[in-house]
Each structure stands twice: as C-alpha cells, then as structure tokens.
Write a protein that binds this ligand. Structure first.
Ligand code: DHB
Ligand code: FE
Length: 281
C-alpha cells in the first residue's frame, strides 16, 4: 500500500527561486538561507520518495478573481511552470501522478471535501521554489508531484482546522491506494510576512516559533488560529501557514522532528522550514 512517511513545511519566497536561477546563492545575503536546506537536500535524496504531494497556494497564477477554488487537486500528466510576469522560472516542468491523484480525488470527495479537479494548470513559485530548495537544480524533478492548491487569495478562505482535516482525508486516501509507494507531503508558504501596506515587513518570531513547536508537539494547538489572528499577529500573508496544517494533518499524531530552520529575512519574509517523519514508518 502507499504510505505518507514524512512531511516538509517550507516558505516559498519567490526571491529564493530568483537567487538560485541567477547563481546568487553564495552571496552573503543568501548564503545562510540556502545553508538551512543543505541537510534537507541530503535527507530527501536518501529517502527517495516515489511521489510528493505538494500543498501550496496559487498566487493568482493559474486562477484569478474570475475563478478561485477553495481546494484543488492536480490530476494531470504534466504542469508547466507559470509565467509570473518575468517569464517562467528555468526549472523543469512538474510531472504528475494521475493514478494516485484520481484515487485521492475519489476518496477525499467521498469524505465530504468538494474539490476542484485540475487537469491543466500552470504551477507557480508556491510549488517550484520548495522543489528547488529540496531537490536542487536537476534537469528533471526526481519523482512525480501531485499539486494540491488551497485558496488564500480570495476571502473567505478555509480555516486551519478544515485544512488539517483535509490532510487527514488525503492520508486516508493514500493509504488505500493499491501500490507500494513512499509518499512525502509538502506544505508551503508563510511564515510571518506582510508584503504591502503600513505594516509591510512585519515579522513575529515568537508567533512563528510557537507555530513550529506546536506543529511538532501539539498540532491541535494550532488549529484554532483564526484568519484574523494570522493577519494581526504575523501579517496578511501569514495565512499561507494553513498549507502547513494540511501537511501536518496527513501525518501521525506523534512525529519525529528531523530538521528545523528559521531565518529572517528573505525578501520581506521569515523563512521557516521543518521536516517531520512519522514515528511508525
Ligand atoms: C514573498 C513571499 C511569498 O510567500 C510570496 O508568495 C510572494 C512574495 C516575499 O516575501 O517576497
Ligand atoms: Fe506566497
């Protein structure tokens, strides 16, 4: 049977992708950011997942105000890299896993999550930057990826608790897939950040670190953080942390923390990263 063995939480700051793409990772500003992912690259290269499920928010790249699904699962064979205004990043297209994706859709919809089925979708920095920091710069991504998108762009957006429950439904779906697959789930976005307005640049280290601690030891403690709290405490874009709740919901109650990294700043954002493994796997 397929099994989710680990979860990866990471920020997905577009400037991190630009630093990589333009060969600037050795510069003093960027060096400490990329150093935080060295262990992660070794870890995932050794683990060799068969499939990654990548939960991220589309930043109005594939969707727009015309149409914005609350949750969506990519069921396609391949996803092009989105042009976010300065041309697509020079990274490989993302290959999907339609069999597992359709199985997840079937199971999760039966579990009362009414998902959007995305057969054709460009994927933006919310997905490509996490792939780059984890897998480096290969000519092809090392495994199929199933994109899962969550709306945090158009209000109302789903609650952290709902996202956590979606993670549980995804886990159940994966565990009923009739093939031996080692699956890793990513939750991307956050941590503290506010990109615009009077509070632009707002960082709340205490909030972020409490979120990370709870993620490891007491995930239930994060579930009742309201949208207003994310916004007030950690900036308008901190709502992206609900993606990490999907990832956490898909893991065991008890997990081992394999790696954690927290650094300020990258662009206007606190970069957070965590790797959690299921104890039983
Ligand atoms: C930044 C961070 C994001 O998560 C994002 O989607 C866009 C920009 C930033 O810090 O620049
Ligand atoms: Fe973002």
């Amino acid at each position: 049977m397929a099994k989710i063995v680990a979860g990866v939480g990471t920020s997905h700051v577009p400037a991190i992708g630009a630093a990589l793409d333009n060969g600037r990772t050795g510069e003093p500003y960027w060096k400490p950011v990329f150093a935080g992912y060295e262990k992660s690259k070794e870890w995932i290269a050794k683990l060799k997942p068969d499939v990654c499920i990548a939960v991220y928010n589309d930043h109005a790249s594939a969707f727009s105000l015309e149409m914005f699904p609350t949750f969506g699962v990519g069921a396609g064979e391949e996803y092009p890299i989105a042009d976010e205004g300065w041309g697509p990043r020079p990274v490989p297209p993302v290959k999907g896993h339609p069999d597992l994706a359709w199985h997840i859709i079937q199971s999760v919809v039966q579990d009362d999550f009414d998902l959007c089925i995305c057969n054709k979708m460009a994927v933006d920095h919310g997905l490509s930057v996490p792939l780059s920091v984890m897998f480096g710069q290969p000519s092809e991504w090392p495994c199929p990826i199933i994109p899962v998108i969550v709306n945090v762009v158009v209000y109302p957006v789903p609650t952290g608790k709902r996202c956590y429950m979606l993670g549980k439904a995804i886990r159940k779906a994966v565990e009923s897939f009739d093939k031996d697959l080692k699956v890793v789930i990513f939750g991307t976005g956050g941590m503290s950040h506010q990109l615009a307005g009077q509070r632009a640049g707002l960082i709340n280290k205490e909030f972020d670190n409490r979120f990370l601690d709870n993620l490891v030891h007491d995930p239930a403690a994060n579930l009742d953080i309201t949208h207003l709290e994310y916004l007030r405490e950690a900036g308008a874009e901190a709502i992206e942390l609900v993606m990490w709740q999907v990832m956490r919901g898909a893991l065991d109650d008890e997990v081992n923390e394999i790696h954690r990294f927290y650094h300020v700043p990258a662009s206007n954002t606190a970069v957070g990263h965590i790797i959690l493994e299921n104890k039983k796997s």
